[in-house]
Design a protein around this ligand. Structure first.
Ligand code: ATP
Length: 369
């Protein structure tokens, strides 16, 4: 029996089901599946070459997947028998270099593609708006991105952060089901990135559009996204809220990729694991079911230090400390020779050669060896 078509209202903005894409011998994307709700921001995070951009290009319609289904607001854009080209998809793109039209004003850039009521701005013939008042939607977009007074400027008169906001406004103007952003901060000054992340998050949330952005920067993914999909070798290894990915990574790769990690050998004991730092509770018992020995992961901020008597053979030693004011990163050598990194508040400042014991503050996660 044929299934009833999903209603656009109930469907997620983006539905991606077992999408695969191969180039020759390279599997760029392997059975990627995820959904993005309206107003939700999802990051595709992973090292270079893991398939992030290819996934984005499949969603936009610039790549044809070998297999899989993409639905946009409940409408099938790709499956075994359907193929919608980019201009038929309700998708807005923010390219890595923003790709603003240099000879058009900011208002014209944003209005580009609106005149025909079509969202595919990159295919539309140029239409100049200069000299006439910008249409209401353009003014609305200028306001949304905080550039009300910039409509008459040209791209070369903008800072990197302003150009990024214009590109975002242009992508959002035709009210797409989703916007896709390719490495949105890679062209921007390092010092500006943190404040621009917050600005972009606020704009996307006000627009209530689904957004997917690609990055290899873990801080960018964790701070901007509602959910993070971590990719490796073409596969989405885990998708979850930032704190899930960070404190409950499903694999050792994710644990070390998304943050600084201490990895130590552990032996199974009742309720957790015995380690060189003593007994730790495992937050993911089931992941190491059946193994007597495995590795455990603790983040630097999940550890604390206590001073000890230097003559105590069980003491650890501070080998380096970096003081940052708001916190300090202190590396410690354990009696076995293993090293751990701690991130601590600064009421007590630690120095190399201090004699310490390491206290575990939280549950650890375990991974099979
Ligand atoms: P980066 O962060 O470096 O942009 P990425 O995670 O976005 O990397 P992709 O660009 O999606 O990775 O590439 C995934 C794999 O597919 C890589 O091995 C890449 O070399 C390969 N690939 C991508 N596009 C093509 C193409 N058009 N032809 C051949 N191989 C390709």
């Amino acid at each position: 029996m044929a299934s009833a078509p999903e209603s656009a209202v109930d469907s997620p903005a983006l539905h991606v089901d077992r999408v695969s894409k191969t180039f020759g011998d390279t599997v760029a994307v392997r059975e990627a599946s995820f959904e993005v709700e309206r107003g939700e921001i999802v990051a595709l995070l992973g090292p270079s070459g893991c398939g992030k951009s290819t996934t984005l290009r499949v969603l936009a319609g610039f790549e044809h997947p070998d297999e899989g289904v993409v639905r946009i607001n409940g409408e099938t854009a790709v499956d075994a028998s359907v193929w919608h080209p980019p201009e038929r998809r309700r998708i807005g793109m923010v390219p890595q270099d923003f790709a603003l039209f240099p000879h058009l004003s900011v208002a014209d850039n944003i209005g580009f593609g609106l005149s025909s009521g079509h969202h595919a701005w990159w295919r539309r013939p140029l239409r100049r708006l200069r000299g006439v008042e910008a249409p209401p939607r353009v003014r609305e977009m200028l306001e949304l991105v905080g550039l009300e007074d910039f409509g008459e400027r040209f791209p070369h008169e903008l800072s990197g952060g302003e150009a990024q906001r214009v590109a975002l406004a242009r992508a959002l103007a035709p009210q797409p089901a989703a916007v896709l952003l390719d490495e949105p901060f890679s062209n921007l000054d390092q010092n500006l990135r943190a404040s621009l992340r917050l600005a972009m998050r606020n704009i996307l949330k006000s627009a209530n559009t689904a957004a997917v952005f690609v990055t290899h920067d873990r801080e960018e993914a964790l701070s901007l996204a509602d959910r993070v999909a971590v990719m490796r070798d073409g596969t989405i290894e885990q998708i979850g809220a930032p704190d899930d990915i960070y404190y409950r990574p499903g694999t050792r790769f994710i644990g070390t990729f998304v943050g600084d990690a201490n990895i130590l050998p552990g032996q199974r004991v009742r309720g957790g694991a015995e380690t060189e730092l003593g007994f730790v509770i495992l937050g993911n018992q089931s992941a190491v079911e059946g193994s007597d020995s495995f590795d455990i992961l603790l983040r630097p901020e999940q550890l604390a230090l206590k001073p000890t008597d230097p003559s105590d053979p069980a003491s650890a030693r501070v080998i380096s400390s970096e003081y940052y004011g708001h916190d300090q990163v202190v590396r410690v050598r354990l009696p076995s020779g293993a090293e751990v990194e701690t991130r601590l508040r600064t009421e007590v400042v630690w120095h190399p050669d201090d004699s310490v014991s390491v206290v575990v503050l939280d549950d650890a996660v375990g991974f099979p060896r």
